[in-house]
Design a protein around this ligand. Structure first.
Ligand SMILES: [Zn+2]
Length: 332
């Protein structure tokens, strides 16, 4: 077996105190687009956009949804999760995510933890284009059948190859809808290991910022506490060991690596959620010259004899990405 990459990333999310029975359309619709206790978008136009049409969340792993918990409460999306989050541990996190979904009133999609991480890694190592293209087609069919209005999903950050391919698969599925059904599906990403409250200096056009009020933030925290696989991470953040809270799960590996994820992140950063509009292609240009984090991580795992082969951007990801994009652009 092969498959070296950070087995999972510590992501922080958080949560509500109980089921809310308010219909989605009644939430947050005041003159200003803000209702106390619910996340508020910067403008009423953005807020209306987020609640006016059915939304879908597509993520690689269970737990990612907590990063956009405020948005989950607002939009109650259909949630697709590619793997069961078992990573190298073999322990599924699906049940924890199922609980989050029930509490916010969202619903699971047709693909919900269908694969183990190992299956996806092996498909990457084989450069199995047909496997990923079948996934694109299935997702596109789901999006079309349910007439989804917009898509939110993982950002490609070079941290975990499943996250990065999840993003490419989403973009290709959206491209298929745009070309086939002739309607434009708005497409957003959100960071999983990068700071949740900033996109660096550039904030691309169309980026939506949700600022959670205190009640929504507290629900988010509570939800994260009740997510067993993430509880320690959140507790550390609240204890005042608040730096690096999104890197705790892989701390030994990461602390040895001067990488961009080792940014001090206070718990307050999670009061803000950005949905970044994807306009055209997401780019991995950053990985063309310097290997992404997952390669360096994989090299260490192979050195420790946990795995036999390193998943690499040039050898594995790039050919897959090109094939998936071509599929999205070529089929109509
Ligand atoms: Zn993940």
């Amino acid at each position: 077996m092969s498959v070296p990459w950070p087995h999972e990333d510590g992501h922080v999310g958080f949560g509500p105190t109980g089921e809310d029975s308010t219909p989605r359309r009644d939430r947050g619709h005041t003159a200003t687009g803000v209702v106390p206790g619910w996340p508020s978008a910067r403008t009423s136009a953005e807020h209306s956009m987020l609640t006016a049409s059915p939304a879908v969340l597509i993520v690689a792993h269970p737990g990612h949804e907590l990063r956009v918990h405020g948005w989950l409460e607002l939009a109650r999306p259909r949630i697709f999760v590619l793997t069961d989050g078992s990573g190298r541990s073999g322990r599924s996190r699906l049940q924890s995510t199922r609980h989050v979904i029930a509490q916010v009133g969202a619903t699971p999609g047709a693909i919900f933890g269908r694969f183990t991480d190992r299956v996806v890694y092996d498909a990457m190592l084989r450069r199995d284009m047909a496997w990923f293209i079948a996934l694109v087609d299935e997702l596109a069919d789901c999006l079309a059948q349910e007439r989804m209005g917009y898509v939110v999903g993982d950002a490609a950050e070079g941290y975990n190859p499943v996250h990065d391919l999840c993003r490419v698969v989403i973009d290709a599925a959206v491209a298929l809808i745009d070309r086939g059904a002739g309607r434009a599906l708005a497409n957003f990403d959100f960071p999983l290991v990068g700071r949740p409250d900033a996109y660096g200096d550039s904030r691309p056009d169309g980026t939506i910022r949700l600022i959670l009020d205190e009640a929504a933030f507290q629900r988010k925290l509570q939800r994260a506490f009740s997510y067993p696989e993430l509880a320690e991470e959140v507790r550390a953040a609240l204890d005042g060991r608040r730096h690096e809270i999104d890197s705790l799960q892989t701390a030994p590996e990461r602390s040895a690596t001067p990488d961009p994820w080792r940014q001090a992140t206070s718990i307050d950063a999670f009061r803000v959620e950005y949905l970044r509009r994807i306009n055209g292609r997401t780019t991995e240009a950053a990985f063309r010259d310097a290997p992404p984090f997952y390669e360096r991580y994989g090299e260490r795992q192979v050195a420790l004899e946990y795995y036999r082969e390193v998943i690499r951007y040039r050898e594995h990801l790039r050919p897959l990405i090109e094939a998936i994009r071509h599929h999205g652009e070529a089929v109509s």
